[in-house]
Design a protein around this ligand. Structure first.
Ligand SMILES: Nc1nc2c(c(=O)[nH]1)N[C@H]1C(S)=C(S)[C@@H](COP(=O)(O)OP(=O)(O)OC[C@H]3O[C@@H](n4cnc5c(=O)[nH]c(N)nc54)[C@H](O)[C@@H]3O)O[C@H]1N2
Ligand SMILES: Nc1nc2c(c(=O)[nH]1)N[C@H]1C(S)=C(S)[C@@H](COP(=O)(O)OP(=O)(O)OC[C@H]3O[C@@H](n4cnc5c(=O)[nH]c(N)nc54)[C@H](O)[C@@H]3O)O[C@H]1N2
Ligand code: SF4
Ligand SMILES: [Mo]
Length: 880
C-alpha cells in the first residue's frame, strides 16, 4: 500500500520555513486569500493575502484568528474501529469489505455517502466518482443540500445550468445592493466590507430580513418582512417595474421565454397595498424600495439562507431571478442576482457534481451525459437516476433501506433538521463510517469506524468561492499522527473494493487534472462549466496555480444554457401564510453568530472568538417577553413538535413579535441546551430538497432556576457539569462554563479537580465561592448564587494563566477590582460592549472612526464595525 501523501514543495526539509505560504481561509464562501507564515511545529502567523482578488488583504475576525485553531488538541489522529485504535490497513479493509458486501447483497442503492462543502474539490471529485461510476448509485448527497440546493434548482430552471452570474466586482460597480435573507455583516464579513465601501461611495443598501440584524441596521432601508413572504415581495417588484415601464422589453424579446400566462398571473394581487399587507411592512417603505429598484439599472440582489432554507426556497430564488431577467439586469457590470455560498468549497462541490441530483461536471442524468461520463471514467457502471437527497437519505437510513453510510466532513447529528430522529437513524444503521478531523463530535458517537482526516493547514488542493474563483488551499504543516487527506482515504477504499487503476492517484494534482479533463470533455459550448487551458504545467503548475475565475461574465452575450439559448421566466406564486397553531404560536428562526462556525469544531478552539456570544441565546421581542413572562438573562425552553431545548433569553427589538431566533452552533460537546438541530421539521422544498430551517412552529416558556453560577477549569473536567444549564467556551488557559440549576448546587463539587480548596459562603445571598489551587496556581473556580450578583469573569479568567493565584483569592475574598467588559465586540483588541459604550459616552465619540482612533476597536479586521455603528446610533438615540 503506497502511503504517498502530498509533497510540500513550499516547505523546507524540516517541514517548515519562514517564507509565507499563500492559501485560502478555512471558513466561508467569500474565499479570502491568506498569507501564512509558519513559526513553529504547530504555529502560524496569519495575514490577509494582499494579492488575492477576493479580499485584497483583508480578513474578518474568524480568518484573523485562524492561528489560534491549528493546535492538535481534540484531533482524531488514528483510525478507530469502535473504541479501539486500529491500523490504516485494517480500517480501510473493513470499510471496503462492508461496502462491497452490502452492495453485493442488497444492491448499490443500499449504501450512501453524506459529504460536505468543507471537502476540497479533489476530495469531492473522488467520492463522487466512486459512488456514481463504480458503486453505481447516486446516493451521495452533501450538506450543501441544506445550504444552497434551492439556488442550484432555481438557476437550472431559469438559466438551464447552475451558474452564479455574478462576481464581487459587480458589488463594486452596483448603485443598489439588495440583501435578501443574508446577514452578510456576520456571515460574509469581507463581502460586507466591500458592500460598505461601495455604499460610502454613494450606492444604496436595502436589507430584506424579518430580523433587525447588524447588516439591516446599516441599510438605507430595512424591510422586516413576515417570514416566507419573499415571493410576494419580488413579484410585487416585478409588477411595479412593469407598470413603471422599466422592464427591458428588448432583452426579454431577444433572450427570455415566459409561459403565455406569466404576465397575467402578475396582474392580480401584486399592487402595493396587497403586497404590503402580505409582507406585513409599511406600504411607504415598500414603495421606496420599488421606486429605488425600478430606477437603478445597476442592481445586485444578493441572497442566501433566508431565501434558500425555505419550503418554497426554489420559488423564492426564481422570483429573484425573474426580476433580474425581466429588467435585463444580468450579464452586465454591477447588475446580477447573486447567490452567495456559505461553505469554503460549496461551489467546488457543485462543479464536481457532489449533489445526489447532479451527475458530474454540471451534467445531469440524461442518457447522453451518463454515457459520456461513463466513457470518460471507463467505469463498470454509472448511476441511472438521481439519488436520495439529505432529508430523504437519513429517512432511508432510519427505515433500514441504507445499510452502510459514510459521512465525511459534516456533523449531521447536529446540523440536520429533526436531529433527534437523525441520531436514532444513525444508531440503527448497521455500518456507519465517519471521516473527521476531530475525535469527539456528536456524529462520531454513532460510528463503527472513524477515520482521521487532515484539517485546514494540512489539506492541499483547490476550492471555489462564491464568485466562481478557484484558488489553491495549501498545506502549512506536515500531516499529524496518522491523519490522511480525504481524497487518499476514499481512493484507498475504492482500490480495496477492486478498482485499482481508476483510483491510482498519488497526489491532488493527479485528481485536479482529471477533473479539468472531464470539465472540458466533449464540451464545445455545451456546458458553461469548463476549465479551458487549466491543468497544464505538471505538478509544478498545480503548486503554483494562481486564483482564477471560470466562466468569464456568464450570459454577457444574452445566451443561456437552455436548448434554445433563452432564459426562462418561471411563474411563482406566494404561498398563503401558515395557519396560526394554538399549541405552537411562535415562529422559530435559526442562523449564525459572527464569531462561530457551525458546530464549533474549529472556532470553539479560539479563545478570542469565544466571547462575542458565550452562550446560545433565544432572541425574543420585548412585547412577547412581557406577555410570556420571559426575563432578559433568564432561561427559557423552546419546543417544537420535534423536540425541545433550553436557551438563555435575550430580550430586544431585533425580532418581530411572534418570532424567535436561535443560533445553530452548540452541541452536546459544548452545552446542555441550545441544541437547535433538534427543533426544525424534517420537511424540505419539493423541488430542491432543501429543508425549511428558518420557520418552524414553536412555543416558548420561561424556566425558573434556583441558582446561577459559573465555573472555570484549567483542565477540561471529566464530564460536563450536571445541572439544568451548562454551556462551555474556551478561554485563555482553560474553559469557562456558565451554569444554572434547580437542584442543590453541591452536586457541582464532584466536577472540581483535586487540590487545595478555598471556600467562602454567604448564607444570606445563597452565595458560594470555591477556588481550587494546585501548587499555588488556580486550577478551577466555582461561583454560585441564589439571589446575589456574580462577579465579572475576566479577572478570574486571567488568574487561570497566572503562575501564582492572587492574594485575594487565597484569602477567600471576592476577586479584586471588577471591570465587567460585557460581551466581546472587538475580538482583535479584546474590547467588550461596556468598555466601548463607556468610551463613546465619556469621550463623546461620534462615529466609528472616532472609536477606532480612541481605543482601536474596528481598526484591524473590521468585523465589529457594524456593531460599533449600532452602538453609536443607540447612544445618540438614548441621548435624544
Ligand atoms: N460567522 C459565520 N459565518 C458563516 C457561517 C457560520 O457558521 N458562522 N456559515 C457559513 C454558511 S455554511 C452559510 S450557508 C452562510 C449563511 O449566511 P446567511 O444566510 O447570511 O446566514 P443565516 O444566519 O443562516 O440567515 C440569514 C438571514 O436570513 C433571515 N431570514 C429568515 N427567514 C427569512 C425570510 O423568510 N425571508 C428573508 N428575506 N430572510 C429570512 C434570518 O433572519 C437571517 O438573518 O454563512 C456562512 N458564513
Ligand atoms: N437549524 C439550522 N440547521 C442548519 C442550518 C441553519 O441555518 N439552521 N444551516 C445548514 C447549513 S447552510 C450548513 S452548511 C450546515 C453545516 O453543518 P455541518 O456541516 O454539520 O457543520 P460543521 O460543524 O461545519 O461540520 C463539519 C465537520 O467536518 C469536520 N471537518 C472539517 N474539515 C474537514 C476535512 O477536511 N475533512 C474531514 N473529513 N472533516 C473535516 C469538522 O471537524 C466538523 O466535524 O448546517 C445546516 N444546518
Ligand atoms: S470573510 Fe472571514 S471567514 Fe470568510 S473567507 Fe474571509 S476571512 Fe474567512
Ligand atoms: Mo451553509
Amino acid at each position: 500500500m503506497p502511503l504517498v501523501t502530498t509533497p510540500l514543495p513550499s516547505l523546507s526539509p524540516e517541514g517548515r520555513g519562514l517564507a509565507a505560504i499563500r492559501t485560502t481561509c478555512a471558513y466561508c464562501g467569500v474565499g479570502c486569500g491568506i498569507s501564512a507564515t509558519v513559526t513553529g511545529a504547530r504555529s502560524v502567523t496569519i495575514a490577509g493575502d494582499p494579492d488575492h482578488p477576493a479580499n485584497h488583504g483583508r480578513l474578518c475576525s474568524k480568518g484573523t484568528h485562524l492561528g489560534e485553531t491549528v493546535g492538535l488538541e481534540g484531533r482524531l489522529l488514528h483510525p478507530m474501529i469502535g473504541n479501539k485504535r486500529a491500523g490504516w490497513d485494517k480500517a480501510l479493509d473493513l470499510v471496503a469489505r462492508r461496502f462491497r458486501d452490502t452492495v453485493a447483497q442488497h444492491g448499490p442503492n443500499s449504501v450512501a455517502f453524506y459529504v460536505s462543502g468543507q471537502l476540497l474539490t479533489e476530495d469531492y471529485y473522488v467520492a463522487n466518482k466512486l459512488m456514481k461510476g463504480f458503486i453505481g448509485s447516486a446516493n451521495i448527497d452533501t450538506n450543501s443540500r441544506l445550504c444552497m440546493s434551492s439556488a442550484v434548482a432555481g438557476h437550472v430552471r431559469a438559466f438551464g445550468e447552475d451558474v452564479v452570474p455574478a462576481s464581487y466586482d459587480d458589488l463594486d460597480a452596483a448603485d443598489l445592493i439588495v440583501l435578501v435573507g443574508s446577514n452578510t455583516a456576520w456571515c460574509h464579513p469581507i463581502v460586507h466590507q466591500r458592500i460598505r465601501a461601495r455604499c460610502e461611495a454613494g450606492a444604496k443598501l436595502v436589507v430584506i430580513d424579518p430580523r433587525r440584524t447588524e447588516t439591516a441596521a446599516e441599510a438605507n432601508l430595512h424591510l422586516a418582512i413576515r417570514p416566507g413572504s419573499d415571493v410576494a415581495l419580488m413579484n410585487g417588484a416585478l409588477a411595479w417595474c412593469r407598470e413603471a415601464g422599466t422592464l427591458d422589453e428588448r432583452f426579454i424579446a431577444d433572450h427570455v421565454t415566459a409561459p403565455e400566462d406569466f404576465w397575467d398571473t402578475l396582474s392580480d394581487g401584486h399592487d402595493l397595498w396587497t403586497v404590503a399587507r402580505t409582507c406585513d411592512v409599511p406600504a411607504s417603505d415598500l414603495k421606496r424600495f420599488y421606486e429605488l429598484f425600478a430606477a437603478t439599472p445597476r442592481t445586485v440582489t444578493l441572497f442566501s439562507q433566508g431565501i434558500n432554507q425555505s419550503l418554497a426556497g426554489t420559488d423564492q430564488v426564481n422570483a429573484i431571478l425573474n426580476l433580474h431577467l425581466a429588467t435585463g439586469r444580468i450579464g452586465k457590470p454591477g447588475a446580477a442576482p447573486f447567490s452567495i455560498t456559505g461553505q469554503p468549497n460549496a461551489m467546488g462541490g457543485r462543479e464536481v457534481g457532489g449533489l445526489a441530483t447532479t451527475l458530474a461536471a454540471h451534467m445531469d442524468f440524461a442518457a447522453e451525459n451518463r454515457a459520456l461520463v461513463q466513457r470518460f471514467w471507463s467505469s463498470p457502471t454509472i448511476a441511472e437516476k438521481p439519488g436520495l437527497k439529505a432529508v430523504d437519505l437519513f429517512r432511508a437510513v432510519g427505515e433500514g433501506r441504507i445499510k452502510a453510510l459514510w459521512i465525511m466532513a459534516t456533523n449531521p447529528a447536529v446540523s440536520m433538521p429533526d436531529a433527534g430522529r437523525v441520531r436514532e437513524a444513525l444508531a440503527a444503521c448497521p455500518f456507519v463510517v465517519v471521516s473527521d478531523v476531530m475525535a469527539d463530535i456528536d456524529t462520531g458517537a454513532f460510528a463503527h469506524v472513524r477515520l482521521p482526516a487532515t484539517a485546514w493547514g494540512e489539506k492541499d488542493g483547490t476550492v471555489t468561492n462564491s464568485e466562481r474563483m478557484i484558488s489553491r488551499q495549501r498545506a502549512l504543516f506536515p500531516l499529524p499522527g496518522e491523519a490522511k487527506p480525504d481524497w487518499w482515504i476514499v481512493s484507498q477504499v475504492a482500490r480495496r473494493m477492486g478498482w485499482k487503476s481508476a483510483f491510482a492517484y498519488d497526489r491532488p494534482a493527479d485528481i485536479w487534472r482529471e477533473h479539468v479533463r472531464l470539465a472540458n470533455y466533449r464540451n464545445v459550448g455545451r456546458r458553461l462549466f469548463a476549465l479551458p487551458g487549466q491543468g497544464g504545467g505538471g505538478n509544478a503548475g498545480y503548486e503554483e496555480m494562481a486564483p482564477f475565475r471560470w466562466g468569464g461574465t456568464p450570459f454577457a452575450d444574452g445566451r443561456f444554457a437552455t436548448p434554445d439559448g433563452r432564459a426562462r421566466l418561471v411563474p411563482v406564486a406566494q404561498k398563503p401564510a401558515p395557519a396560526q397553531l394554538t399549541r405552537w404560536p411562535m415562529t422559530l428562526n435559526t442562523g449564525r453568530y459572527r464569531d462561530h462556525w457551525h458546530t464549533m469544531t474549529r472556532t470553539g478552539l479560539a479563545p478570542k472568538l469565544a466571547r462575542h456570544r458565550a452562550e446560545p441565546l433565544v432572541e425574543v421581542h420585548a412585547d412577547d417577553a412581557v406577555r410570556l413572562g420571559l426575563v432578559d438573562g433568564g432561561l427559557a425552553r423552546v419546543a417544537t413538535p420535534q423536540g425541545d431545548s433550553v436557551y438563555r433569553v435575550s430580550v430586544g427589538e431585533g425580532q418581530r413579535p411572534g418570532e424567535l431566533f436561535v443560533p445553530i452552533h452548540w452541541t452536546d460537546r459544548t452545552s446542555s441546551g441550545g441544541r437547535t438541530g433538534l427543533l426544525p421539521r424534517p420537511l424540505a422544498d419539493p423541488i430542491s430538497g432543501q429543508p425549511g430551517f428558518k420557520a418552524t412552529p414553536a412555543s416558548i416558556v420561561a424556566v425558573a432556576t434556583r441558582w446561577r453560577g459559573f465555573a472555570l477549569f484549567a483542565d477540561e473536567p471529566k464530564r460536563s457539569p450536571d445541572c439544568l444549564w451548562a454551556t462551555r467556551v474556551t478561554v485563555p488557559a482553560g474553559s469557562l462554563w456558565e451554569l444554572a440549576g434547580d437542584a442543590d448546587p453541591a452536586v457541582l463539587d464532584a466536577m472540581l479537580p483535586a487540590g487545595e480548596r478555598i471556600e467562602a459562603v454567604d448564607h444570606a445571598r445563597g452565595t458560594r465561592r470555591v477556588a481550587v489551587l494546585a501548587q499555588g496556581r488556580l486550577v478551577a473556580a466555582l461561583f454560585v448564587t441564589e439571589t446575589g450578583e456574580l462577579p465579572a469573569r475576566d479577572w478570574l479568567i486571567g488568574q487561570l494563566a497566572e503562575p501564582q493565584a492572587a492574594p485575594s483569592l487565597l484569602a477567600g475574598r471576592a476577586p479584586g477590582v471588577q471591570v465587567d467588559r460585557g460581551p466581546i465586540v472587538c475580538t482583535c483588541f479584546d474590547l467588550g460592549l461596556r468598555t466601548i459604550v463607556a468610551a463613546i459616552r465619556d469621550r463623546q465619540l461620534a462615529d466609528v472612526a472616532a472609536i477606532g482612533a480612541a481605543i482601536g476597536a474596528g481598526t484591524n479586521c473590521g468585523s465589529c464595525r457594524p456593531a460599533l455603528a449600532r452602538l453609536i446610533a443607540e447612544e445618540k438615540n438614548d441621548a435624544a
